[in-house]
Design a protein around this ligand. Structure first.
Ligand SMILES: *Cc1c(COP(=O)(O)O)cnc(C)c1O
Length: 468
């Protein structure tokens, strides 16, 4: 399997190189040269397999020759062995239509663990054969940072520098990052928004002097291996609810468009996906783009769902590239226009292609609270705010979907991770599961820096290990 850049001018890479690189050198994102396709028989054969076996079958075509099947299985066994539920991502029924796919049974209580526990092991495995030291630089609205730090803390040949917007992550999220005191972990609180932090990370990746000194790698969902690992649970849930004989709809609380893009990949691979419902909060660039073709940024409004408080959705570029006949030079021009004016229009081909599979909804605080209360009263389920945004969008579109199609809302975080917001919406204060341990009595370590690229760059350069 080879990977090409959405902007057409970076070299094609294999799985190992694409995993270590993250972003492409032309500023684009890597995507498989062609989608692997499963026949209906191959999908039917997934029924009854464990999560790990499903993961091996779904990921093998993307990994190609980079790992043997036994090696891939060993890494998946280790990564998913850290989850607290035997099914890894169990399904829970809410009523005759609606289901939850619980993705939060990993060590840091959000779905990011599903991909990052594996990614940490892939980094270690690929670095073991190379004479390279990796410098991970990432921006987080909370959950990627905690999951990535958990996945790489203490690993040899890796340093991680994680930028989060100061004061805009929950206390649980912050402590999950800042109480990891391994010497290879560096937390930076940025005096700005998530988008400010993400823009600085992108600028560092584009800085030739910096990338010449340090082997930079990404753990944001711009890293292809993350999306690949997330494709697995769409298949795992789909076959449990009747695929390939039956179609399934998924509602996905969305920020950077990574999780829902994994659903798009599953559909390209042959999973019968009836609809992908993109749920946004009031930071609704994706809802506007999908419903009117207008992809233009506004000011970020802080909400109870911080992991969705963004105005630029990096992975949307992958979808636009695939829907726009995969023309790298046209994509590069479209994105340069966007980067200059902070706005762009989708082409007709992109709009029509997206409309075949996607629906979207913008969910405000009232609709979110209503969905939380409904899930609690109807099914005794306490939802985290992000999941509630997803469920509200699922309910909004349910009438347009064939009543025989189950609608699965991706439950992206444990309610305990956002307990203040849950308490404000429902009056119920969810507990934290035992696996987070003594989070609130441990020492924290982080630095606060201004949203100034030169200051951040100098701070990292002083502490990072040169590539070789
Ligand atoms: C990251 C995150 C999201 C958004 O996922 P994307 O892949 O960025 O679209 C939604 N909910 C939670 C809890 C998250 O951590």
């Amino acid at each position: 399997m080879r990977y090409i850049s959405t902007r057409g001018s970076a070299p094609a890479l294999d799985f190992e190189a694409v995993t270590l690189a993250g972003l492409a050198s032309d500023g684009g994102l890597y995507i498989p040269e062609a989608w692997p396709r499963f026949s209906a028989d191959e999908i039917a054969a997934l029924a009854g397999l464990s999560y790990v076996e499903t993961a091996v079958r779904v990921m093998a075509p993307f990994v190609g020759d980079a790992l043997g099947e036994d090696e891939l299985r060993a890494l998946c066994t280790q990564a998913y062995g850290r989850f607290s539920h035997d099914a890894v991502t169990p399904l829970v029924q809410l009523d005759h239509r609606h289901w939850l796919l619980e993705l939060f049974h990993g060590p840091t209580l959000a779905f990011k663990d599903v991909a990052l526990q594996l990614l940490g092991l892939l980094f270690e495995r690929f670095l073991s054969q190379r004479d390279t030291h990796l410098t991970i630089v990432g921006a987080t609205s909370g959950d990627t940072g905690s999951a990535a730090i958990d996945a790489v803390a203490g690993r040899a040949k890796i340093d991680i520098f994680m930028l989060h917007p100061a004061g805009r992550v929950s206390d649980v999220q912050r402590r999950q990052m800042t109480t990891m005191l391994a010497p290879n972990v560096h937390n930076i609180a940025i005096e700005g928004s998530f988008d400010d932090a993400q823009a600085m990370v992108k600028a560092l990746f584009a800085d030739r002097e910096f990338t010449g000194r340090f082997a930079l790698s990404a753990v944001n969902s711009i890293n292809w291996a993350r999306l690949m690992a997330q494709v697995v649970y769409y298949f795992y849930a789909g076959v449990r609810l009747g695929a390939p004989g039956k179609a399934i709809a998924f509602a996905v609380p969305t920020g950077n468009f990574g999780d829902v893009f994994a659903g798009y990949v599953a559909a390209q691979m042959g999973l019968p996906v009836e609809r992908l419902i993109v749920a946004t909060n009031v930071n609704d660039i994706l809802h506007r783009a999908l419903s009117t073709g207008d992809y233009s940024t506004g000011q970020v409004v802080p909400t109870a769902t911080p992991s969705m408080d963004i105005q630029v959705s990096s992975n949307f570029e992958r979808l636009l590239f695939d829907l726009g006949a995969r023309e790298g030079s046209a994509m590069a021009a479209q994105m340069q226009g966007f980067e200059a004016s902070r706005a762009m229009k989708l082409t007709n081909a992109q709009r029509e292609g997206a409309a075949k599979l996607f629906a979207s909804a913008r969910i405000d605080a009232d609709a979110m609270s209503l969905a939380m209360r409904w899930a609690n009263e109807r099914a005794g389920q306490i939802l985290d705010p992000h999941t509630a945004v997803g469920l509200a969008a699922a309910m909004h579109h349910a009438d347009e979907i064939d009543p025989a199609v189950p609608i699965v809302t991706l439950a992206t975080a444990h309610a305990g991770k956002f307990r203040d917001a849950v308490e404000r919406a429902t009056g119920i204060r969810p507990g934290l599961p035992a696996r987070v341990g003594s989070l609130f009595s441990r020492e924290e370590r982080f630095v606060t820096l201004p949203a100034d690229l030169n200051v951040v760059k100098a701070w990292i350069a002083e502490r990072a290990t040169p590539s070789a």
